[in-house]
Write a protein that binds this ligand. Structure first.
Ligand code: PA5
Length: 451
């Protein structure tokens, strides 16, 4: 069976292989640090062995709760923000029919997301949509105090209670939160909601293989056992003792760190499949929140080709030379569609007749990569055999492991996000949240001066 592979041939025109060899010892050291829990943020390493340590009993519980609830709902609203929704959204979008209900099978509910913004229009339209639907809510917040999902959850549970009565609404709400702290934990216990626990040592953006990712994915009709199996394979492929050049996470972390130290400060994640737009959003959060601190970090950006070759392509080819690109290539797509021939060849496309659409897509991928390398943009290629639960498990664990190694190579803690507090404090002061008296006075004075 094939596995995810990384190819950095198109980094070597920019970095000497000798330079990369120097990372062999460094990455070995950091991988050991991770597994021995001796590096920065060592209290947040529970995700490292989630794939191999998750028990059959916990998977069964997630599956049976999801399937029982699915019997009576058309829609599941997943409420969460950041790491509490992006992993599930990425997997569900990657596996879903582009135009249909999520799994393409109507016995599974449509999964929609809320609490990832504070837009009144989004909320109003969500209520319009839910008005005539039989729905349920999965609310996810590790801290249990995040404002965006808390507001959405309050509005939605009021709606649900009005629609079905408090007792039935209580049976249609699942809370995924910390075992022992936070407002959501208290509320869930008071109202008797079914709960799942986010382990204390698993941070939001590393939580895909906990109930945070697994419950919505199984609810959408996808195979979480395969997702876990793929991640487990990658856990084995990246474990301590794996030779550097055979460990894709070590090679990826080393290549991007070597590029960053030489010059490029922006990494663009590119794919040629619209189903991977949210995979890129998940990846941006993972790398942005993990590395962007202490005035360091590669800025994570993303593009979806070939659409974005007609918008961002010009900049990538000829703009400021401060970029490198990581391309996720899907070797075998799920469908086979051949371009038909036409007798009069009015559109001049007969030279493509008989070719699969994917052959054209692959030539676009190859041609773009060569053009970008010629234009001064180093390229890292991540080859994924297929878009399936198993390979998404490999891909996402690979990115997580590489991100942790990358953070250590930059000498930052890849598991905290202290900078996220700054906007929250200002927003709370502006909203006059109890306890923010002094900050409120200061911020209003500052605004007066600015006017
Ligand atoms: O990666 C993280 O830890 C964050 O992005 C969180 O997931 C995000 O801020 C949401 O936090 P919470 O789950 O506590 O509501």
């Amino acid at each position: 069976m094939k596995n995810l592979e990384i190819n950095i041939e198109n980094v070597f025109p920019f970095i000497l292989k000798k330079k990369l060899d120097e990372y062999e010892e460094l990455t070995r050291y950091h991988i050991r640090q991770l597994h021995q829990r001796t590096g920065k943020g060592a209290n947040f390493l529970g995700w490292l062995d989630l794939p191999s340590s998750i028990t059959d009993e916990s998977v069964k519980e997630i599956e049976s709760v999801a399937l029982e609830l699915n019997k009576k709902i058309e829609v599941m609203v997943v409420v969460g923000i950041g790491g509490s929704y992006l992993g599930a959204k990425a997997v569900i979008d990657a596996l879903s029919h582009s135009f249909g209900d999520y799994s393409g099978d109507r016995s599974f509910p449509k999964i929609i997301f809320a609490g990832q913004n504070i837009s009144e229009d989004y909320t109003g339209e969500l209520m319009d949509f839910l008005e005539d639907k039989s729905y349920a809510i999965t609310v996810i917040s590790k801290s249990g105090t995040t404002t965006e999902p808390a507001i959405a959850f309050r509005i939605l549970r009021n709606h649900l209670e009005k629609k079905f009565g408090a007792a039935e609404a209580g049976k249609r709400i699942i809370a995924i939160t910390s075992a022992d702290r936070g407002a959501l934990r208290n509320l869930a216990e008071k109202r008797g909601y079914k709960t799942f626990v986010i382990p204390n040592d698993v941070g939001g953006r590393y939580s895909l293989l906990s109930p945070v990712g697994l419950l919505p994915v199984v609810q959408a009709g996808f195979d979480i056992r395969q997702l876990i199996a793929g991640a487990k394979k990658m856990e084995e492929m990246t474990r301590p003792g794996t030779p550097f050049w055979e460990n894709p996470a070590a090679v990826y972390a080393a290549a991007r760190n070597a590029l960053y130290r030489q010059s490029p400060k922006t990494e663009i994640l590119a794919s040629y499949h619209p189903k991977l737009v949210y995979l890129a959003e998940w990846w941006k959060q993972l790398y942005g929140e993990s590395e962007g601190k202490e005035k360091k970090g590669i800025f994570p950006a993303s593009v979806n080709f070939t659409a974005d070759l007609h918008s961002m392509g010009q900049y990538i080819q000829e703009g400021e030379r401060n970029l490198f690109e990581t391309v996720i290539s899907i070797l075998e797509p799920g469908r086979k569609i051949v371009i038909p021939g036409e007798e009069d060849d009015g559109d001049g496309l007969n030279y493509l007749a008989g070719k699969r659409i994917d052959e054209v897509n692959k030539m676009a991928e190859l041609g773009t990569m060569l053009a970008h390398v010629d234009g001064g943009v180093p390229n890292i290629l991540v080859n994924l055999p297929q878009l399936s639960e198993y390979y998404l498990g490999q891909l996402m664990y690979f990115f997580q492991k590489a991100c942790a190694i990358s953070g250590y190579l930059m000498n930052v803690n890849p598991f905290d996000q202290p900078g996220v507090e700054a906007y929250k404090n200002n927003m709370f002061a502006l909203l006059k949240k109890p306890g923010f008296g002094e900050e409120t006075e200061l911020i209003y004075k500052r605004l007066e001066k600015a006017r």
